[in-house]
Ligand binder design. Structure first.
Ligand SMILES: Cc1cc2nc3c(=O)[nH]c(=O)nc-3n(C[C@H](O)[C@H](O)[C@H](O)COP(=O)(O)OP(=O)(O)OC[C@H]3O[C@@H](n4cnc5c(N)ncnc54)[C@H](O)[C@@H]3O)c2cc1C
Length: 449
């Protein structure tokens, strides 16, 4: 790669890619618009967490930071479903194998570990508080919001959904993209720790309150609190943000959560309402000088908990292509897109599907019957069938393959339920065998405690 090598953005994708490139001996400069989150109080008092799964875990093993990550994660064995008229929540386990758990991890803590890893390579310079305003691909110049500028040889855009690198590639005619804004928004809230610092709900589950058109989810933080997110139609937020009765809304739909969170109205007014959407991009690179990855190339809705996992999987794939053909950077960029774009499209679709599953499906008898049969068939034919959720969360099978397999599996499960005389075992045995796990997808990489 022609230097100077610049990475735009020091989020999960940018920090991880910097680590890979630094370890491969490249000198890299990362420009990040925010202050260094390892020393500044970004979002003080709020703990925002994410679900980390196999596709994100594999790169963390790869770069040797999994033990540090292990100290800040909380395993979640399944969905704890808080149904509307049942005071006793019910756990739906994600699977029966040891590694079939997802892990709640603080966004800031994980990002800090990745920034440390990038710095530890000795080849990465991290520049914080430097926002890229515009990238000029003709003159290979970055213009910063502070008025300064610098030249680059190659720029790797891990600068999130509003990517200035993507904007430059669009202007140059290399990239076209669409965004589909969802007509549902979200807001993050905090369910505080109990009087002695204890978690007030089971910490080892992802809590869901499915309510048909909307839902609440909660993931535990190590400090005893939970990050809780309300996903609901934009019209509901317009009503509540516009002065609607927040306490009455939560008391009616989520009484158990409301009883544990005394300052709901305050939090609701203080915290921003976030928008959601899907970004689909074609043309992820410009010659051998620019490429985009992560949310800059494939931002998705968060209902499969895969955006960051996918961004990290993409960073690993890009580093691999660059290492495979160091003298053909433009080709490496193209092969990266050829490999990853079908997967990005597939996870975008599956994430949208999962919203319906989470807010309504998990209490739907038809869904539950199909899931029960899928898990039963998996017990009998573990090498041929795996529920879609598990292929996405607990494997490194390409997303597009997981989607295609899931469609075929759904067809035969529907057929077996519609007609009990179907020889479903024979149909399952006829499915191609499941691929083996990535050798780094170690089931015991993170503690299940
Ligand atoms: C409500 C919600 C819940 C989510 N839950 C999950 C989950 O459970 N699991 C999961 O895997 N994913 C989840 N995601 C998705 C995840 O947050 C993103 O997919 C992930 O952060 C993408 O990483 P990235 O590095 O590509 O982009 P980002 O995290 O957006 O990082 C981009 C970086 O670039 C910097 N930057 C931006 N513009 C500039 C500029 N002009 N100049 C310099 N720097 C710039 C930003 O400050 C940022 O640090 C969730 C998302 C949302 C909204």
């Amino acid at each position: 790669m022609r230097g100077p090598i610049v990475i735009a953005g020091g989020g999960p994708a940018g920090a991880l890619l910097a680590t890979y490139l630094g370890r491969a001996g490249h000198s890299v400069t990362v420009y990040e618009s925010r202050p260094d989150l390892r020393v500044s109080e970004v979002d003080a008092g709020r703990s925002i967490n994410l679900a980390l799964a196999t596709r994100g875990i594999v790169p963390l093993i790869d770069i040797g930071v999994i033990d540090r990550v292990d100290e800040i994660t909380i395993p979640m064995r399944g969905r704890m479903v808080h149904a509307v008229d049942d005071p006793n929540p019910v756990l739906q386990p994600y699977g029966s194998k040891t590694h079939e758990v997802i892990h709640s991890v603080g966004r800031t803590g994980l990002n800090a570990i990745l920034l440390d890893a990038a710095e530890a390579t000795g080849n990465v310079e991290l520049v914080f508080g430097r926002s890229i305003d515009r990238v000029d691909l003709e003159t290979s110049t970055i213009h910063f919001a502070d008025g300064g500028s610098t030249e680059f040889g190659v720029i790797l855009g891990a600068d999130g959904v509003g990517s200035p690198v993507r904007a430059a590639m669009t202007d140059a005619g290399s990239c076209v993209w669409t965004t589909d804004r969802l007509d549902h928004d979200y807001k993050e809230l905090t369910l505080p720790a109990g009087p002695t610092g204890e978690h007030q709900l089971d910490r080892n589950a992802l809590h869901i309150w499915p309510r048909g058109e909307f839902m609440l989810i909660a993931l535990a933080n190590p400090g005893g609190d939970f990050t809780v997110t309300l996903f609901a139609p934009s019209t509901t937020f317009a009503h509540l943000d516009g002065g609607g009765d927040v306490d009455a809304f939560f008391a009616e739909h989520f009484p158990d959560f409301a009883a544990l969170t005394p300052d709901l109205d305050d939090q609701f007014r203080r915290n921003p309402t976030g928008r959601l959407g899907t970004l689909r991009t074609t043309g992820w690179s410009h010659e051998d000088r620019a490429v985009i990855l992560g949310d800059a190339a494939h931002a998705i809705v968060p209902f499969h908990g895969q955006g960051m996992n996918a961004a990290m999987e993409s960073a690993r794939a890009l580093a691999r292509h660059l290492a495979d053909t160091p003298d053909d950077v433009a080709g490496a960029f193209r092969r990266f897109e050829t490999e990853r774009r079908p997967d990005a499209d597939a996870i975008a679709d599956m994430a949208l599907d999962n919203y319906i599953e989470m807010r309504a499906g998990v209490v739907d008898p038809d869904y539950l019957a199909k899931r029960a049969l899928a898990l039963e068939l998996e017990q009998r034919h573990p090498n041929h069938i795996s529920p879609r959720y598990n292929m996405v969360m607990f494997s490194t099978m390409p997303y597009a393959e997981a989607q295609a397999r899931a469609r075929r599996q759904a067809e035969l499960i529907s057929a077996a339920i519609a007609d009990p005389s179907t020889d479903v075992d024979a149909l399952v045995r006829a499915l191609p065998p499941l691929p083996t796990l990535d050798p780094l997808a170690d089931p015991n990489a993170l503690s299940v405690r």
